[in-house]
Design a protein around this ligand. Structure first.
Ligand code: PCD
Length: 793
């Protein structure tokens, strides 16, 4: 075990942060199958909800006949949109200020849309009864091709919105159009490329679901749900359903993966709540896999034209892009209110530019809503893919090595904090050493030599590089809120009399290991071993308010809160210690979990002794209350900007066009590293994600709007078989404004890996004169590329 911490951070000999590979505290329960997920919740008298979904993408509902379903002996309730309209619940707000149908009342707008629900004694009866509901649809022309959504005469999807006569959602731009145009006009070299980031889906192991338990006597709603943001959800339920907020308790128990897909509120949750209110019984709703893939939040779906301007010798001057964003039938994008395109503004990447500009148009189509931040801090995945692909296109045109081109254009260490041309303030970074480390691990020069040799024999070996900067830790509340809720996070720490502690978080782990890392952060600050610190989260009755876990914000925001709340407790402990040791506060030194008298280190009191004293008999110093606890609400000053350098080596079988990822090197810099083993796991996961998106995953539709990715037989996700043994490394550039210098890391690898893989595939195909090919690079797409078949539209 190595202590990886940079010098200069406050520490003691326990060194819980960054030290070695502390095992995860939550794993004993997970590896024994003792996790408690939503579907494990069984309540007396619990009923089951199943949802009837539209078989077509666009149709007017003529009639719904529920008589036969209601007559089913095990059915307790059948609810349609008409019934919800009476309750004022047929529509609900989305995270981006649009409305979405809970149950369709007028039209269905995507295949899989919720039309009615049944509550029955068991899951099977509920499903059976769905087949007894008779819906008559008047099928309309669907809008599937996003490029045609704005054509005159295109069917209007959202005729529910007052005065809506087209499928336009918003136009958005960032950067300086005129300045960028000027740079482009005088540049030696301009390269443009059409780059598609296809629609993909987070597809967590556990699908979405909930158990709603409405108590009619005291008007209390308890909701166990697969939620990445229990507090925000509670507030939204209060607003939407008109239930008083203090009577709502949202519990996110163990979550089997979120990946952004469990940020929105889905109609199913509302249906279960309504089901419980109307039946007076607890009601469980659990999606099946197809429902998850076809109706809950998709991600990406950006069609981008990327352009880059440079000098002949490879100085990048400017980038610009035009994006057409497919948002599906309801604008359900999860992002802070002021950022309709999320943090796409970081598409300027890790390079020092003179100008940049992005123009975006978002449209409705007859597809499932979403736009969730699937393992990416709000559209950063798309941004990084765009810049890292287009930089490679430039390298291709200039016949320059892609590594050399990147290094030549990096923002330099003395330029931080660096203001990008689209307004983001990168907190810290030192890019070249990270790149050099990746090159060294990969043996880059040797790989290029090997590639030349193989090429000479007709073999298709490719080497792909990507370098990314992310913006994670949303966010400063002056700029960032979701539906009016500021993106700050609370944290509470209580030290019990015997010196054991409980830290209560507003964020909610979905597998990231918060029970371990937050105990480590607190341990580092107050010297209580991590094993003696319990982490409580995911229950709105037990934790302070905060906006939840997504956008890799837990460490940057809540992690900071945990460090600061622990310091607050330590400050109080110092006062008590000074009384116990009968010296002034200034004469105390904090070390190894104890306060020592300066110059007389043998005289000391441990944090545990102080805890007992804080709760014990006898007087405390003047003005000091009993107990040893504190609470804080942390509002970050800025986002944190982790970075990384990735190198991928692929081999393509010239006979089958199958891509094999032979090697993958990932060097990540997330500032101070709390738990190196967890970070490694996060990176492995994200890299695997990248292989999926680059080579296998796509939610496609046929021309009628049938979803072609509705099962894991069609929507391919990677397993251990498709991925290599990951080779990881790290550098440490602490965040200057985070109390312990940590930046987020949970999504870095998902963000950084797709361009590295695609760059590698395109590099392998260089002998065919190919500069770009779109994801997913399935054998058929690679085969077509090799034969010069034009890319799919
Ligand atoms: N860390 C450390 N150090 C540092 C950083 C970090 O250690 N420097 C660690 C922590 O503490 C944790 C982890 O690591 O434990 C992570 O973190 P972060 O970055 O902060 O993040 P978070 O917030 O916690 O989380 C979130 C993320 C996300 S966002 C996603 S997608 C994904 C990731 O996370 N998801 C998941 N990862 C994961 N894992 C798992 N297992 N599961 C899941 O689900 Mo989104 O927006 O939602 O899309």
């Amino acid at each position: 075990t190595v202590d990886e911490r940079p010098a200069g951070f406050e520490n003691n000999d326990h060194k819980p942060v960054g030290h070695g590979r502390m095992l995860r505290k939550e794993d004993p329960r997970f590896i024994r199958g003792k996790g408690r997920y939503v579907d494990d919740v069984q309540l007396p008298g619990m009923l089951h909800c199943a949802i009837l979904r539209s078989p077509v993408a666009h149709a007017r509902i003529v009639s719904i006949d529920t008589t036969a379903a209601e007559a089913h002996p095990k059915v307790k309730a059948v609810v349609t949109g008409a019934a919800l309209t009476e309750l004022g619940l047929a529509w609900m707000p989305t995270l981006s200020g649009d409305v979405q149908a809970v149950l369709a009342t007028d039209k269905v707008r995507f295949q899989g849309q919720e039309v009615a629900f049944v509550v029955a004694e068991d899951r099977y009866a509920a499903r059976d009864a769905l087949e007894l509901i008779d819906v008559e649809y008047d099928v309309l022309d669907p809008v599937i091709d996003v490029r045609r959504a704005l054509e005159p005469g295109a069917p209007v999807i959202r005729d529910d919105l007052d005065g809506k006569t087209d499928n336009h959602i918003f136009d958005w731009e960032t950067g300086d159009e005129a300045a960028t145009e000027a740079v482009f006009a005088s540049a030696d070299v301009v390269v443009s490329e059409d780059i598609v980031y296809p629609r993909v889906h987070p597809a967590p192991m556990e699908t979405c679901g909930c158990v709603a338990d409405y108590d009619r006597i005291d008007g209390r709603l308890t909701l166990w749900s697969t939620s990445q943001a229990p507090h925000a959800h509670r507030t939204l339920y209060a607003i939407v359903a008109g239930l008083p907020e203090h009577k709502i308790r949202v519990i996110s128990p163990d979550i089997g993966g979120g990946f952004g897909g469990k940020v929105p509120i889905y109609p199913g949750y509302v249906c279960a709540i309504v089901g419980s209110i109307v039946t007076g019984k607890p009601v469980k709703w659990m999606e099946d896999r197809s429902e998850n893939l076809t109706s809950t939040g998709f991600a990406r779906d950006y069609i981008m034209r990327g352009e880059i301007a440079a000098t002949r010798d490879g100085k990048i001057l400017a980038v610009r892009t035009n994006v057409l964003a497919d948002h599906g039938a309801f604008n359900g994008v999860a992002a802070p209110v002021k950022y309709p395109a999320g943090f796409f503004g970081v598409f300027t990447g890790s390079y020092d530019l003179q100008a940049a500009h992005c123009k975006m148009t978002a449209v409705y189509t007859n597809k499932a809503p979403g736009g969730v931040a699937y393992a990416c801090s709000f559209r950063i995945t798309e941004a990084v893919y765009l810049i890292e692909r287009i930089v490679d296109c430039l390298a291709y045109e200039l016949q320059m090595d892609p590594v050399e081109l990147r290094i030549k254009n990096f923002i330099q260490p003395d330029q931080f904090p660096y203001r990008t041309k689209t307004g983001w303030l990168y907190d810290s970074g030192d890019y070249e050493p990270t790149m050099r480390k990746a090159l060294e691990i990969a043996g880059y020069d040797e790989l290029r030599r090997e590639q030349a040799e193989r090429r000479a024999c007709g073999e298709l070996m490719g080497i792909g590089v990507s370098f990314f900067t992310e913006a994670v830790g949303a966010g400063p509340r002056k700029d960032m809120d979701i539906l009016g809720l500021g993106m700050a996070d609370g944290c509470e720490l209580r030290v019990h009399p015997t010196g054991k502690a409980v830290v209560r978080l507003s964020v909610q782990t979905q597998g990231q290991g918060h029970e371990t890392t937050f105990a480590q952060i607190v341990a580092e600050e107050i010297g209580i071993p991590p094993a003696d610190i319990d982490v409580v989260h995911g229950d709105t009755d037990q934790t302070p308010f905060g906006l939840g876990t997504y956008g890799s914000r837990s460490t940057p925001v809540s992690g900071a809160a945990a460090a600061l709340v622990a310091r607050k407790v330590r400050d109080k402990a110092r006062l008590i210690a000074s009384a116990m040791l009968e010296v002034s506060v200034a004469d105390l030194e904090w070390q190894k979990g104890a306060f020592h008298v300066k110059g007389d280190p043998a005289k000391s009191v441990t944090i545990q002794e102080i805890a007992m004293r804080a709760h014990g008999a006898g007087d405390l110093p003047e003005g000091v209350e009993g107990g040893l606890e504190a609470q804080i609400c942390y509002n970050p000053e800025n986002l944190t900007y982790p970075h990384g350098a990735y190198i991928c080596v692929v081999d393509i079988d010239p006979g089958t066009a199958q891509v094999k990822v032979r090697r993958f090197v990932a060097v990540d810099d997330c500032g101070t590293r709390i738990n190196p083993m967890i970070i490694e796991g996060q990176v492995h996961r994200g890299l695997t994600d990248g292989v999926g998106m680059a080579l296998m995953e796509m939610i496609a539709f046929d021309e009628d709007g049938n979803c072609l990715g509705g099962s894991l037989m069609d929507y391919l996700i990677p397993t251990a078989l498709e991925v290599p043994d990951w080779e990881t490394g790290f550098t440490v550039t602490p965040s200057p404004h985070h109390p312990i210098g940590a930046k987020g890391v949970g999504e870095s690898a998902t963000v950084g890996s797709p361009p590295a893989i695609v760059n590698a595939v395109v590099d392998a195909l260089k002998p065919f004169g190919i500069r770009h090919a779109d994801m997913p690079l399935t054998p058929s797409r690679v085969w077509d590329a090799m034969r010069g078949v034009p890319r799919p539209p």
